[in-house]
Design a protein around this ligand. Sequence first.
Ligand SMILES: [Zn+2]
Ligand SMILES: [Zn+2]
Length: 298
Amino acid sequence: MSQENKQAPWMVSLHGGHSGAYCDHAEGALEDLVQAAIQQGMGTYGLSEHAPRYDVANVFDEEKAMGWDVAHLLKLFGDFVAEARRLQAAYADEITLLVGVEAEVVPDGRYVEVMQGLRREHKLDYFVGSVHWVDGVIIDYTRERFDQAVAQCGGLEALALRYYEIVAEMVESLRPEVVGHLDLLRRYGGTDPALETVAVKERAKAVLSLMKEQGAILDINTAAYRKGLDTPYPAAWLLKATRDQGVACCFGDDAHRASEVGAGIPEARDYLLAHGVDRVTVLTREGGGLGRRVVSLL
Ligand SMILES: [Zn+2]
Ligand SMILES: [Zn+2]
């Protein structure tokens, strides 16, 4: 089937494709996810495996228990890129695969140079820029670590302010094409009003202004549904601000197994339409480089 014949051109994910071969908390082969994306009728699917981590302090407990270290994570990422490029060519007639990385803000102080080096080394198509670490503590891994991050910052509002400050720095310095799960703090912060104070909203909106300036695309991330939240990331107030500021958005299934490919995207489309967002911006591969296309949700 040619891409022109796809039934739903908005059925695209720019953030996902985590698979068991390269990620300890995912399952299955990368090819299984790609085949699932084709079955879902996706014209474009972004493979954005987690960046390797370069400091043993950022290696997860389960990874350490399996004997993984920094060198092993680096090797796995190289293996991911090789397989993703093979699949990109093998399935080129059926789907446009983008090969990227979900970039991290670790190692502290030098992540920009390290992530840009990773992109150059592997000639990656694009960055999903995400913030999972606030001053050395991961915020979406366990409740205990999240509580530690809250305590370290001196409260939930203070954590939110610091988090959006780091996101803004990341957007400005890394210039990612896609900004991942912008209000990830809801994973453990839920609907706590401390995540929606005037000061927090101001800082989150400052991130959107930067994104608008740079043409970055906001990830409408459906993993939030799987975490028990009633909307994707971001929450409704942030989505309204996104609309008002004219920031581009696109879906991300953040799939960690084939069954999650495309999951929640039809619901997320309804969510966007309900808030007056009637288009998404899709990345494409054009003439060997990256292109963009605006697609109607209607
Ligand atoms: Zn993951
Ligand atoms: Zn993420």
